[in-house]
Write a protein that binds this ligand. Sequence first.
Ligand code: F6P
Length: 322
Amino acid sequence: MKLNTIGVLTSGGDAPGMNAAVRSVVRTALYRGMKVKGILDGYEGLFNKTVIDMGDRSVSDIIQRGGTILGTARSEKFKTQEGVKEAAEACRELGIEGIVVIGGDGSFRGARDLSLQGIPCIGIPATIDNDISSTEYTIGFDTAMNTACEMTDKLRDTVQSHCRCSIVEVMGRHAGYLAYEVGTAVGATAILVPEIKYDLKTDVIDRILAAKEKGKKHFIVVVAENLCDVEAMSKEIEAATGVGTRPTILGHVQRGGNPTVRDRVMATKMGFYAVELLKEGIGNRVIAYKQGEIVNYDIYEALNMKKVLNADDLHIAHRVSR
Ligand code: F6P
């Protein structure tokens, strides 16, 4: 079944590159002869019926902008069965026959539920955490890595001047992809991620002491969020090593900024393929990046996939940081 009008929304935590994905979805759909409605503030826009007609020019000048022009939200109402039914009804009233959902795992669950209610949805993975199992890459990850790396490089200047240790907490929700990449890129003495158990003494303090013994004077430890209290950890490290230690939580700055080339290109391709599926009425699928190719999976299958952080990579990062 060919669709005449589709919607596009961004949902969950924003990620740099979401705008580039919206642009791609809108322009591909228009090129294919469909009408496009931008749904504001994620799934909430369906309940509030806040939708805007999108034309070629409504997505001008956004490929380089962080955030999302459509706004985003984590909708609690949409998590309920009644909420999904109401949202499907709203789509019918608004003349929206299918939706491209740009967001993370939580947003994909919503896309699956809405597809089951007769509104075909295609998910595009976008989160700075890169924690979606079905894809090797999520839009926003590259920009966030580079932002966190740049911020940590700045910290390094002052850490070096004062011969200190800096504990840097990066985002990632419950995954260590961001921490691993940033930690490797800044040459961290220790990288702590939720996927791999750590012991503060052997994996951090002893490493600092061993490097200190070899003449190293400043240290960076990168820690994934939700792992420990970095304030308390700093005190423990300072007491055990005699090195002045300061914690820094990078926080939401990691979610902002102009998307990198990689995020813009990935968003453009994923947006294109999402519309190519949806235009035929195909729904309940997510776009993914796998071994250099853009592929797609059934959402249910995608949500049950497993992805593992490679422990060997972490060992390499530690081995070369001495
Ligand atoms: O999923 C993106 C993310 O930035 C995570 O890294 C972080 O744990 C979470 O969102 C923060 O959410 P909020 O913006 O609601 O504080």
